[in-house]
Design a binder for this molecule. Sequence first.
Ligand code: F0G
Length: 395
Amino acid sequence: MSEWLQCVTCGHRYDANEIRYTCDHDGGLLSVERDHIIDRDAFDDRRSSRAPIDQSGVWRFREGVLNVDKAVTHPEGGTRLYERNGLLFKHEGENPTGSFKDRGMTVAVTQAVRLGATAVACASTGNTSASLAAYAAQAGLRAIVFVPAGKISSGKLAQTLAYGATCLAIRGDFDAAMRLVREACERFGIYLVNSINPFRIEGQKTIIWELLQDLDWEAPDWIVVPAGNLGNTSAFGKALREAHAAGWIARMPRLASIQACGANPFFRSFTEGFAKRHVVTAETIATAIRIGDPVSHDKAVAAIRDTNGIVEEVTDDELMAAKRTIDGMGLGCEPASATTLAGVEKLRAKGVMKDGERTVCVLTGHILKDPEANYRAENVIEIDATMDAVARALR
Ligand code: F0G
C-alpha cells in the first residue's frame, strides 16, 4: 500500500516523506494520493473495537488517511450528530480542543514526528493554534503560532498559551501572518501545519467519512460548511470524491460553502464561475473566518465543481442571529460555525435548498471558544440580595 504527494494542477508526483507543501514546477497545491482500494466494512468493525487507535474518529479510517500503526492521538473525532428542527448538526466543537482542527492536526503532527521535526508552526485565527499547541505538547515538539494581534478571541488565545505554544502576535491580518509563517518555516526549517500541508486535509476528510458512517452510508442531500482558508471545503470535496469512487456511497451530496460577507473572496469568485481568484481585506465579527486570501482556493474550486456545490455569503447580523438560534437549541457554537444555519436559511429563501432535503450543518467550533460573542446583557438582571428584589426581577 503506497501513498505519495501529487500536484493538483500538473499531476507531478513527489515522495510522501519529503518536506514540501507546493509543486516545484507550477507552485500548485499538493494532495496525498494512494493506490489501494479501501473496504468500508473495516471502518464499521472498528466502531466496536477496544484498540486505542480505533477510538479515534480519524485513525479509524487510517488506510484512507495515513497508513501508520502509531499516531499522536488524543483520541479525537467521534463527534455527535444532532437532529434539531428538521436539520442535522455534526458538532465538531466536541473535539478535544473544541474545534474540528484536531482531526487535521493529529495527522500533521504524527507526520511531523515521522519526519523527525522538532518544531511545528502555523498561522491562525485561533483554533488551529490551540489545536497545534495541544498536539505539539503531547508529542514534545516546540510549537510556534503566528496570530493577527488583537484579532483572535480571548478564549482561543488563552488556550493556545496555556498549552505552552510560543505566540507571535503579528501586527497585521491573518493573511499577513500566513505569508510570514510560510517564509519563516522555509528559513528556519520548521514544519508547517497549516491546511496547505496536505496531511491536514487528509485528517479533515474524516468529518465527512464519520458523518456518512453515522448515516449508515446513506448520503445526505446537502452538507453545509463555513469557509475561511478553505481547508475544510477542500477536504470535504476530496472525502466525497474518494467515498463515491470507492463505492461507499451511491450518490454525491452537494456541498454548500458559506462565507461572511466581509470576508468573501471565494463567494466572489464563485459568482463569476471561478473565472478569477479574488483577494479582499477581510472584516467580520466571526474572527475565525476573517480571511481575505484563502490558501486552498484551487482545491476548494474542485470541491464545489465535483459536488455540484454552491457558495453563499451571509452578513454578520445574519450569522449572529443564526448563532442565537443554535445556542437557543442548547447546542451552541462559535460565530463562524453559525454561517451554516444562516446559509441554509438564505438558500431556502432563494429556493436553492428545499424543505425535506436532508441537510447537515457542520458546526466547526465550541460555544466557549469566543466568550465575547456569547455575553447577552439582556439576560442579566443585577439586584440587591433581598427576596423583594428577586420577586420584582421575576415579575
Ligand atoms: N470555523 C472555524 C471555527 C474555524 O476556526 C475556521 C478556520 C473555519 C470555520 C474555516 O475553515 O479555514 O478550513 O475554511 N480557522 C482557521 C484557524 C483559519 O486558524 O483556526 P477553513
